[in-house]
Design a binder for this molecule. Structure first.
Ligand code: AHM
Ligand code: MG
Length: 336
């Protein structure tokens, strides 16, 4: 009867977070309110993404529509929705978005204590062919909301209090950690609610998959090249690993989290800091990996211990199963 009970006793994301927050004495529901505004943004994007093909045809987004009005691209539209949802929550004081050069300081009248760093629509080059894309977010608490500066945003990932992503794929999945493990929720479109479907996600200790853009191989450094060579031609009698690379970070990380393995966006001679952005790509995903029992490494240090100096700083990243990340760490250690 357990399954029957689950079907009628729906654990929505709001209920889950309220339960979690209820354990903190003095909690006033601010985080729950903030999250419900993030969830609203995710639902909007999910709906827009599912109509993206149609929209092209009938002009909902993209080019000029039938009325001849300029329509916004999906990533620009998604960004506006998230910024407005976050500001109107009354719980944020500063926002960092991949789409905005500068940080957004919320009007003092609407200020709350949270800082949210986000990529509203990551992997947007994949939209036109229907491949999974996602939203990534990391949340910090600000010390003094009346005196907030850029410095408050340039905190190490270890200071994050929550992180997550929403993947717009064959189903819409929101994966969240508030620092107490990782949980996955799937959008039930008929209810418009995210329901807990993946409680307490733990990444397998060792994986059978590696995920990297091998087209960059000629520019890789020694340890990355050696690691990938070992994935393909293991010397210890183990079978070679499979390669999976979607080119959409949320989808590649989601698979890594559920199936195990390692995702790499390394440095190379052309991009010495890799490609992915620290505040809203590397940090949230590293936080989730650690919370699921995996690791995240930059080639030099634990990824979450980086201290960004600029809003859109980049860093190489190797994240995934504990043992697989140990291997790349050993290769970098033996090189220096
Ligand atoms: P974007 O923010 O411009 O969409 O770029 C980020 C994306 C990630 O989703 C993905 O992991 C990476 O770029 C793929 O890069 P590449 O095409 O160089 O392999
Ligand atoms: Mg991005």
């Amino acid at each position: 009867h357990a399954a029957e009970a689950q079907r009628t006793d729906l654990m929505t994301i709001t209920r889950h977070v309220l339960n979690e927050q209820g354990r903190h004495p003095g909690s006033r529901g601010d985080f729950t309110i903030l999250l419900s505004h993030i969830v609203l943004g995710c639902k909007f994007v999910a709906s827009a993404v599912s109509k993206a093909g149609l929209a092209k045809l009938i002009g909902l987004a993209g080019e000029t529509n039938v009325q001849g009005e300029e329509q916004k691209k999906l990533d620009v539209l998604s960004n506006e929705v998230f910024v407005k949802a976050l500001v109107s929550s009354g719980r944020t004081c500063v926002l960092v978005s991949e789409e905005n050069e500068e940080a957004i300081f919320v009007d003092p009248a609407l200020r709350g204590k949270y800082c949210v760093c986000f990529d509203p629509l990551d992997g947007s080059s994949n939209i036109d062919c229907g491949v999974s894309i996602g939203t990534i977010f990391g949340i910090y608490m600000i010390k003094d909301k009346d005196n907030v500066t850029l410095e408050d945003v340039l905190q190490p990932g270890t200071d994050m209090i929550a992180a997550g992503y929403c993947m717009y794929g064959s189903s819409c999945t929101l994966v969240l950690s508030t620092g107490n493990g990782v949980n996955g929720f799937t959008l039930d479109p008929s209810l418009g609610e995210f329901i807990l479907t993946h409680p307490n996600i733990k990444i397998p200790k060792k994986g059978k998959i590696y995920s990297v853009n091998e087209g960059n191989a000629k520019n890789w450094d020694g340890p990355t090249a050696k690691f990938v060579e070992k994935c393909k031609y293991p010397q210890d009698g183990s079978p070679p690993k499979s390669l999976r690379y979607i080119g959409s970070m949320v989808a590649d990380v989601h698979r890594t989290l559920l199936y195990g393995g390692i995702f790499l966006y390394p440095a190379d001679h052309k991009s010495p800091n890799g490609k992915l952005r620290v505040l809203y790509e590397v940090f949230p995903m590293s936080f989730l990996m650690e919370q699921a029992g995996g690791q995240a490494f930059t080639g030099k240090q634990r990824a979450l211990e980086l201290v960004p100096t600029k809003l859109h700083d980049r860093s190489p990243v190797f994240l995934g199963s504990y043992d697989d990340v140990e291997e790349i760490k050993a290769l970098y250690a033996s090189e220096s």
